[in-house]
Ligand binder design. Sequence first.
Ligand SMILES: [Zn+2]
Length: 200
Amino acid sequence: MNTKEGSERRICQCCGMPLEDEIIGRNQDGTPNEDYCKWCYADGVFTYSDMDELIDVCIPHMVGEGFSEEQARVYMKEMLPKLDYWKRYEDLSDNGQFDEFKKQLIDEINALSIAGMPKVEKLNSLVGKYVNLAYRLPNGANVKFLDDEATYLGTQLEPEFGEHTGTDRCFGVLANRDFILIATYGAQGADPQLVLYKKR
Ligand SMILES: [Zn+2]
């Protein structure tokens, strides 16, 4: 661990990301957990149980920062097993409960059969702040549905048929224990349109 005089550089003990105050995960009672980021640890639940899945999520972000894909994968495979979560995985894991919940959510989303939207295969953890788009309602009001601080499950999908095929519009899926939200939007979340918001 890198230590400087009096200050220790903290990294998430699941994914290795440097921990700034604003991305620190929360325990179930809302208190911060200084060991993990919000993507890996949300309201007392660990969101990753499969190291390879986590690596797949991290790699695109690292490739933008000077790593080749192969270098990023080698680096992650070496670094992750040294982190506390993966070392103590047997003690910390929830015996697949969260994975079970993800599977159930995926089935529910796919059962909605949204026209033009491909089947959801995977959901990743996403932090509200970065995906909290404002939707314009028919009455002209702009509404946001997410809590900037909270962690959600979601994914982005390219349309497979219908009016948005071949444009830069994507489907965005976001969900948690309480709701499923599906929207379309252009590059960088431009002009978002709500397709469905459903309480679970
Ligand atoms: Zn993390």
